[in-house]
Ligand binder design. Structure first.
Ligand SMILES: [Fe+2]
Length: 265
């Protein structure tokens, strides 16, 4: 079970790390399960049902392995009280939207650069904008060791508050949409609407701290700042509206189990 004190930390920083989120027995179970499929991210076989009812449908399709594995993964979600944590985070009823588990082979291929989610993947012409409160709280459970330059995700603390201000400004038509998925565009939308953002953050140093500390990151996309180490069985929980990047698994293959929540409308 995750301590509720961590709610205030994730609200202020945007990300928390929990060591030993799974015990060794649970870690081994999930490792074996992910190895069984050995599929990459976005592969249809990487997705799992989010409730027992949908898991039972796998029996009807005679997919007994998927049924058995789905029950294991849902049981972990229940045992750790993740929905309760998510409800407390959102301050209202929330919903488990996706579960996936995937295998990334050791690689030096370029991965996602610094970016924010909920930014329409950088597309030019967007007509419908999401409510700024509709975003995912993501729980990544690592089943292999990760570290700087080896498969861990990096995250700029407090940047989720700026991401929220952008989405809120666009949604309420105070500022115009322009692509802001990539860090350099994220900074551009701030500079192009500086009065709005200065006013929004006038009580804090959040805006100027962010602009200052990200100057180098724009130039050096491979910078390992804001990385961390995590052993197999650890978890990170983060607000996807912050600026983050994935690092390539240079040293060993990587296995991840992910639970994704959003508020229930
Ligand atoms: Fe992302």
């Amino acid at each position: 079970m995750i301590k509720n004190e961590l709610i205030s930390e994730i609200k202020s920083k945007g990300i928390i790390k929990i060591d030993n989120f799974l015990n060794s027995k649970e870690t081994l179970k999930v490792q074996n399960l992910i190895k069984f499929y050995s599929v990459p991210k976005d592969d249809p076989a990487s997705y799992f049902p989010t409730n027992y009812k949908s898991a039972f449908l796998k029996i009807l399709k005679l997919n007994f392995n998927k049924f058995y594995h789905s029950i294991q993964i849902i049981n972990i979600e229940k045992k750790k009280n993740l929905l309760n944590f998510s409800n407390n985070f959102f301050g209202k009823k929330s919903k488990l939207r996706y579960i996936d588990a995937y295998y990334s082979k050791i690689s030096n291929k370029e991965i996602l650069p610094w970016h924010t989610d909920q930014a329409y993947s950088g597309k030019m012409n967007i007509s419908n904008f999401n409510n700024p409160n509709d975003f995912f709280l993501k729980i990544f459970v690592y089943l292999t060791d990760v570290g700087p330059g080896n498969g861990c995700m990096s995250y700029i603390p407090e940047s989720h508050k700026i991401g929220y201000a952008i989405r809120e400004g666009i949604f309420n038509k105070i500022i115009n949409y322009q692509p802001y998925w990539r860090l350099k565009d994220f900074k551009k939308i701030i500079y192009d609407n500086l009065v709005y953002f200065e006013n929004y953050f006038k009580e804090t140093n959040i805006l100027y701290n962010f602009l200052k500390k990200t100057d180098d990151l724009v130039k050096l996309d491979s910078n390992d700042s804001y990385s961390y180490e995590a052993k197999a069985g650890s978890a990170i929980i983060f607000n996807e509206g912050g600026v983050h990047r994935g690092s390539k698994p240079l040293v060993n293959d990587r296995m991840v189990l992910r639970y994704m929540y959003s508020r229930d409308n």
